[in-house]
Design a protein. Structure first.
Ligand code: MV4
Length: 454
């Protein structure tokens, strides 16, 4: 392996992803600095890092979102780069700029790309200009409810209003007719202003029963790009993904290439570098539409790592240090099948209500083809202050049916007491006939949860 330029990296995150990034650094011979809140003094990322700095109270706003405290920690420890992980400050344009001003490399895309990605209607317009399929709808933000009515009349109902500053399902309204659209406009706009400080909306035709498929891309500072295939992310509930896999049961080589090339076109147009993800919707006739840019490392990156053989986090570090991409597209070979189950400290029987508490009698699954990305250990206390994700259970096998069997085996080995988890929920989904056939869309879990209540 090439020697990286960085001597020391500060990880501006916590939980499993902080541990994941520390592992990449250690394998590369790079020293690590953990930052932690008062609630995380005993956390695994603190124990694994070479140094650890307290950055404030449990409340995220006062610690993991506190730009000044994090940059002070980087200066105090002389860290030359900062990895933001996902969530928290990972898609914060001001943070990326502040890192640069503090002479620390932000391990991620350029700040301008974060800004473009954060403005959904700008990203959409960009894709339209490139001739990449987008869902029929407005060309720009909507100037008025009247403008929304006019666009809806041309694309036909149902339509969906989306917040330009939003994403991940917040600030959206579906409308079946004019009246609902007029009502939805003021509600969505007010919601968007409250949530994102930006009331601007755009409109699309509403695609029924789509699949959510995303493409992992990587780019260096010299205009080279590759795509590492797709991830199937349709198994979600209220925009929270529960199971992801790569490849997608729906995608053949032709569709993969079309999605991959579209993703790279968008990346090139916005001057993207480092790792990123382009989100698409695919309809029942296998038409695909570009939706959003995710300008960060994603939770579900391991499934892509397992089928591509590429360590995405190590690559992020090398690319941020100015190295060239080590592979060309023709040398990217996807092999086998990978599935990830997100294990949350949450109660599936009670609306996925978070279930904090002290873990005991923990035994983690292992064995052939099993990867466990987690920060939990016996007697660790799950704090109510943060995300309920406690473990990503990821398997690899040569094909989908064997990957499902392997995941069932791994789930059956999992022992954990003291908190409720999504493990029993995953076990039931993996037994579902439609899931096993690969026959599902983004509404699968809602329908499935309904059916299983009866
Ligand atoms: C849509 C859609 C149908 N038609 N847009 C939800 C999250 C946000 N990123 C975009 N989303 C959707 N946009 C049109 N024109 C359906 C969804 C959607 C969805 C998308 C991805 C993953 C899960 C989803 C669940 C419900 C709805």
């Amino acid at each position: 392996m090439t020697k990286a330029k960085f001597n020391k990296i500060l990880i501006a995150n916590r939980g499993e992803i902080a541990v994941r990034i520390i592992r990449a650094c250690r394998e590369m011979g790079i020293k690590t600095v953990a930052v932690f809140s008062d609630a995380d003094a005993d956390a695994l990322h603190v124990q694994y890092a070479d140094e650890a700095i307290n950055i404030g109270p449990a409340l995220s706003r006062k610690s993991y979102l506190n730009v000044d405290r994090i940059l002070q920690a980087a200066r105090d420890t002389d860290a030359d780069a900062i990895h933001p992980g996902y969530g928290f400050l990972s898609e914060n344009e001001a943070f990326a700029r502040a890192c640069a001003e503090s002479h620390r490399v932000f391990i991620g895309p350029p700040a301008e790309c974060i800004a473009t990605a954060g403005n959904k209607s700008v990203a959409r317009k960009m894709a339209m200009t490139l001739g990449i399929p987008v869902i029929p709808g407005s060309e720009d933000i909507l100037a008025s409810p009247q403008a929304a009515l006019e666009v809806a009349a041309t694309v036909g109902y149902p339509v969906i209003l989306k917040a330009s500053g939003g994403g991940g399902g917040r600030g959206m309204r579906i409308a079946d007719d004019k009246e609902a659209l007029l009502d939805g406009f003021s509600v969505a706009s007010a919601e968007a202003r409250a949530a994102f400080g930006d009331p601007q909306l755009y409109l699309e035709k509403y695609i029924e029963k789509p699949r959510h498929i995303e493409i992992q891309i990587m780019g260096d500072h010299y205009g080279n790009y590759v795509y590492l295939g797709e991830r199937e992310c349709s198994i979600q509930m209220r925009y929270q993904k529960l199971i992801e896999e790569s490849p997608s049961p729906l995608v053949d080589e032709g569709l993969r290439q079309a999605l991959g090339e579209a993703a790279i076109q968008v990346a090139r147009a916005v001057g993207y570098s480092n790792a990123g993800t382009m989100e698409f919707l695919v309809d029942r006739n296998r038409n695909f539409y570009f939706m959003e840019i995710n300008a960060r490392l994603q939770v579900e990156h391991p499934v892509t790592e397992l089928v591509s053989g590429i360590d995405i986090v190590q690559q992020q570090i090398l690319l941020a240090a100015g190295e060239k991409l080590p592979v060309e597209q023709k040398n990217v070979h996807l092999n086998g099948w990978s599935i990830e189950c997100r294990i949350n400290a949450a109660d599936p029987a009670n609306n996925f209500m978070p279930s904090p508490g002290v873990i005991h009698d923990l035994i983690l699954p292992a064995g052939p083809g099993v990867r466990v990305d987690t920060h939990i250990f016996n007697r660790y206390e799950i704090s109510p202050f943060y995300d309920s994700l406690i473990c990503k259970l990821v398997v690899w096998a040569s094909g989908r049916q064997m990957a499902i069997k392997r995941m069932q085996r791994a789930l059956s080995e999992f022992r954990i007491e003291g908190i409720k988890t999504t493990i029993p929920f995953h076990q039931r989904v993996l037994q579902d006939e439609d899931f096993r056939r690969g026959d599902f869309d983004t509404h699968f879990l809602e329908k499935w949860a309904e059916r299983s209540r009866k």
